[in-house]
Design a protein. Structure first.
Length: 175
């Protein structure tokens, strides 16, 4: 199964994971039914995705200059003055799609936990811990890419999930 890190630049998936965790932590399950939480997260993530696509298309055009013409990579598309309008926007949106995909696993956990009988509060907590685990996986991948192994890799992955742990702690304090 494809994970949130399989396409595009990884920072989009990482940002999407952090964004999803923050959005989930901000929802009070006593005030919002599950469907409202899911819709709020999906709508907000989609708006951020569109904003990121727009910002990348415009920003890269302003800063990249002309790139090589040997294929349509996002960097080339941003730099190529012949690629503009809808095609440039499409390249930017495809590149930042992992921002949206990163919300699918936590939202799936949220819905699945509720379907098997968890309260909305408990389902929300399970989704938040899923975000923490995903952030740890991002850290694990980054640590491996940096050549770390053993305890150094474990410490790196744990440290990378610290933001998720902070968001879970904030969620507990808010509720």
């Amino acid at each position: 199964m494809a994970g949130p890190w399989d396409a595009g630049r990884p920072e989009h998936g990482i940002y999407g994971t952090v964004l999803t965790a923050g959005l989930l932590a901000a929802q009070d399950p006593r005030d919002y039914p599950l469907t409202d939480i899911v819709v709020d997260v999906l709508v907000t993530v989609t708006v951020f995705w569109l904003a990121h696509g727009y910002a990348h298309a415009i920003g890269h055009r302003l800063s990249a200059g002309r790139g090589p013409d040997n294929g349509l990579t996002p960097a080339d598309a941003y730099a190529d003055p012949e690629i503009r309008g809808p095609r440039l926007a499409w390249v930017a949106l495809v590149e930042s799609w992992p921002l949206v995909r990163a919300s699918i696993i936590p939202l799936g956990v949220l819905v699945l936990a509720r379907l098997v009988g968890a309260s909305v509060d408990d389902a929300q907590e399970a989704a938040l811990w899923t975000c923490v685990a995903l952030l740890a996986l991002w850290g694990l991948r980054a640590g491996r890419a940096a050549g770390l192994d053993g305890w150094r890799l474990a410490r790196y992955a744990t440290g990378s999930s610290l933001l998720g742990l902070i968001l879970v702690a904030l969620e507990v304090l808010i509720h």
